[in-house]
Design a protein around this ligand. Structure first.
Ligand code: FAD
Length: 551
């Protein structure tokens, strides 16, 4: 059996950053179900926030983040992120990230929604790609061991302490137990629980569910961000940077309709506001084929080619529209999970030895609505902090072997799945689940539609447990992985619905047509979902407020 000091599950930005931050004398390994540079972080377009500007300050950044999150974020964690952000950006630059420059040669910053100041650093519209590749080089340089294309199926928890994982080796087939004194989850988001989503197909919320099944609560899962502008039909993201550069949103009448919803911030209002506005325009018949139009033409050819080259390529290739000449048809789509494994500012979860960072975690810096550019920052700041803290923790822990109880139980589970005589295929259920979620838990929610969705999801959960695998082989059995991912997706869906049904108010990304007002008196609190065999059991926890009283 393999044993490490720290095992990191997930090789996106949060995972790599944690690996690089852990003390170098420790045995650190990182594990990922895809090649590290195929992690979803690579797709981040618009940029990463930090108060670098001469007239900007981390306090202003913290205020914008708190306000943008409708006061549901924990302000101590927000302060840590905003205070430490500028230092982290400079460190990224020293690692070799080539940020775009302004005319004076400094790191350029573009305006993003909900920010009082242009503070989003970027590398054209390929920011995630630039950072992830630079970080991967550092990982190689440090010779950190990578389990490439391994899929974690279970966290091993003995006597209440996390002691490792069970994982399936995709390339060679077979389950293995891997022991570790500390495990850091950095498994990213769960956007694929919705049919229309900007997320990669691998974003199935596995890590959140691993922690949930191990006894750690999932926090604020009802808060799913719908990005206002995803490309017609495909759901491919059209970065907020396009509006940051000056793009306009138009309805069929050619009106810049944001004048009616947010006359001051216009297209750069908070994402939840812009998504709701687009949803209204479409619902009231002022859309085109379930979309509105994003007009970049006035920016001119040169600026589009320099600042938004990838956006142009995507629009041409996937919608047959060249934004230099024609507006792009866009609509809101699921984008980001504000909730996740409840973790404190140092990534510690409620299970000893288990840490979480990045999108899979809820440190709660985004509250009810994340500001664009803050998620990449979260992965970098809290990935680092989790790596450091896990490093301190393992120095105090004696090495210890594992029993093979968990491994044997998982092996039996895989054998059962392989032998299933069910008729349904995993992808059929996955599609159905996505549709139910997009229809009933999208930008507008009501009790009636959510209750219907819950019933269907509970039924899908039973069906998901007896899907039929066509491939019974060991080598690259993607059929098996799909079936395992489906189990994550149904659990995630249940926690989202449970939290959303219970929360009888509207706040940020959670909009209830039957409770359209924010209700601080009863609902300024975090939802915690604990796993039980009968579905999530909800508890609540207070929000940490330090310098900004809710307004
Ligand atoms: C299209 C798009 C554009 C975005 N643009 C921006 C932006 O401009 N600015 C911004 O701030 N945010 C942006 N975001 C959000 C941001 O990119 C993500 O929240 C962030 O990159 C997540 O990083 P992560 O390290 O937490 O996870 P990821 O990068 O998603 O990595 C997850 C890792 O976990 C591994 N993994 C998952 N499950 C398992 C398992 N069961 N076993 C083994 N390994 C597993 C995966 O293989 C992967 O390596 C964007 C998101 C999308 C989808």
């Amino acid at each position: 059996m393999k044993l490490h000091d720290i095992l990191i599950v997930g090789a996106g930005l949060a995972g790599m950053r944690a690996a690089l931050a852990a003390p170098s004398h420790l045995d650190v390994a990182i594990l990922s179900k895809v090649h590290p540079v195929r992690s979803h972080s690579v797709a981040a377009q618009g940029g990463i926030n930090a108060a670098l500007g001469e007239n900007d300050s981390w306090e202003a950044h913290a205020f914008d983040t708190t306000k943008g999150g409708l006061y549901l974020g924990d302000q101590d964690a927000i302060e840590a992120m905003c205070r430490e952000g500028p230092g982290d950006i400079l460190e990224l630059e020293r690692m070799g990230v080539i940020f775009s420059r302004d005319e004076r040669g400094r790191i350029a910053q573009r305006p993003f929604g909900g920010a009082g100041f242009p503070r989003t650093c970027y590398a054209a519209d390929r920011t995630g790609h630039a950072i992830l590749h630079a970080m991967y080089e550092q990982l190689m340089k440090r010779r950190i061991g990578v389990y490439e294309e391994w899929y974690v199926t279970l966290l091993i928890v003995e006597e209440g302490i996390c002691r490792g994982v069970v994982a399936w080796d995709l390339v060679r087939g077979g389950l293995h137990a891997i022991g570790a004194k500390a495990v850091i989850l950095a498994t990213g988001g769960s956007g694929r629980v919705f049919l229309t989503s900007t997320n990669a197909v691998i974003n199935t919320g596995d890590g959140m569910v691993l922690a949930y099944l191990a006894g750690a609560p999932l926090e604020d899962m009802e808060f799913v961000q719908f990005h206002p502008t995803t490309l017609k039909d495909t759901g491919i993201l059209i970065t907020e940077g396009a509006r940051g550069e000056g793009g306009h949103l138009l309805n069929t009448l050619g009106e810049r309709f944001m004048t009616r919803y947010a006359p001051e911030q216009m297209e750069l209002a908070a994402r939840s506001t812009v998504s709701l506005a687009i949803g209204r325009e479409i619902a009231e018949g002022r859309g085109v084929e379930e979309c509105v139009l994003l007009d970049l033409r006035h920016l001119g050819r040169a600026r589009i080619l320099e600042r938004l080259p990838q956006i142009r390529e995507l629009a041409v290739e996937f919608a047959g529209v060249d934004p230099i000449e024609t507006p792009i048809p866009v609509r809101p789509g699921a984008h980001y999970q504000m909730g996740g494994v409840r973790a404190n500012q140092w990534g510690e979860t409620e299970v000893a030895g288990l840490y979480a960072a990045g999108e899979c975690a809820c440190v709660s810096v985004h509250g009810a609505n994340r500001l664009g550019g803050n998620s990449l920052l979260e992965t970098i700041v809290f990935g680092r902090r989790a790596g450091q803290r896990a490093g301190d923790y393992v120095s105090r822990i004696a090495p210890r072997g594992l029993t093979d109880v968990a491994l044997r139980a998982e092996e039996a589970g895989i054998r059962r799945l392989m032998a299933s005589t069910g008729r349904e295929r995993a992808w059929e259920i996955r599609d159905e689940l996505g549709k139910v979620m997009s229809q009933n838990l999208g930008i507008f929610r009501t009790e009636k539609s959510m209750r219907q969705a819950l019933q269907i999801i509970q039924d899908l959960k039973v069906r998901a447990s007896r899907v039929w695998l066509q491939d019974h082989g060991k080598i690259f059995n993607t059929d098996l992985i799909q079936a395992l991912e489906l189990r994550s997706l149904v659990e995630i869906a249940e926690t989202i619905v449970a939290g959303a049904l219970a929360r009888e108010e509207s706040r940020g990304a959670h909009y209830r047509s039957d409770f359209p007002r924010r209700d601080d008196e009863n609902w300024l609190k975090h939802t915690l979902a604990y796993w039980t065999p009968d579905g999530p059991s909800l508890r609540y926890a207070p929000v940490t407020i330090t310098r900004f009283p809710p307004k």
